[in-house]
Design a protein around this ligand. Structure first.
Ligand SMILES: NC(=O)c1ccc[n+]([C@@H]2O[C@H](COP(=O)([O-])OP(=O)(O)OC[C@H]3O[C@@H](n4cnc5c(N)ncnc54)[C@H](OP(=O)(O)O)[C@@H]3O)[C@@H](O)[C@H]2O)c1
Length: 173
């Protein structure tokens, strides 16, 4: 199971601004987001991110699997592709493999990315760096003590001001 992260960041590495309003994201980020979700057919997100996207902006509305981490056992969705779970990262990877998926993408937020990074289950990360600086906001990761080296795979200029950096995580042996 190959698990990627696809995430927009400010130039100083934050994933949301203090206002928590996503008015800084480029159309190219949105396009790349949809494309990677369509490619992997399996998307992982936290309940906070799900609450922002659902119902209109959810990817994979008709096919594939959307895994939403939540402790809310009453959570329900009208979308048949959504699976709510309080399983941990290795259990989620196993569940997706059992459904026939061999790749998946995590689209946020901080808590969910940190959970999978801590479990050493992320293979590569796409950072879409947007042309903004935030004095405060949400960091990419929280409560992660591991350190990883990254190998740059590709740099793509998305428009006049935004770049996409694709890094592979160097696995610790
Ligand atoms: N820049 C970007 O590309 C991007 C993309 C997505 C999101 N974001 C930002 O990220 C913010 C959300 O990040 P976040 O860290 O607050 O939230 P998150 O990871 O989206 O969701 C956190 C929620 O997921 C559930 N959860 C997480 N780990 C769990 C576990 N191990 N077991 C059970 N449930 C678990 C919990 O939901 P319950 O409380 O229901 O149990 C938790 O409150 C958004 O507000 C948005 O601003 C940015």
């Amino acid at each position: 199971m190959r698990i990627s992260i696809y995430i927009a960041v400010s130039a100083n590495g934050l994933i949301s601004n203090f206002r928590n309003v996503p008015d800084w994201l480029s159309p190219e980020y949105g396009q790349g987001f949809m494309e990677i979700c369509q490619k992997t057919k399996a998307v992982i997100m936290g309940k906070t991110t799900y609450n922002i996207l659902a119902p209109d902006y959810l990817p994979l509305q008709k096919e594939g699997t959307i895994v939403v981490l939540t402790t809310d056992e009453q959570a329900k969705s009208d979308n048949p592709t959504v699976v709510f779970t309080k399983s941990n990262a290795p259990e989620i990877a196993k569940m997706l493999a059992g459904k026939g998926h061999d790749e998946a993408v995590i689209i946020g937020g901080t808590m969910t990315m940190s959970e999978f990074i801590n479990a050493d289950l992320v293979d590569d990360i796409y950072f879409v760096m947007e042309p903004v600086l935030f004095g405060s906001g949400l960091p990419l990761l929280k409560n992660v003590e591991l350190e990883f080296k990254l190998k740059l795979l590709e740099v793509t200029k998305l428009n006049n001001n935004s770049v996409q950096l694709h890094y592979e995580i160097q696995k610790q042996s």
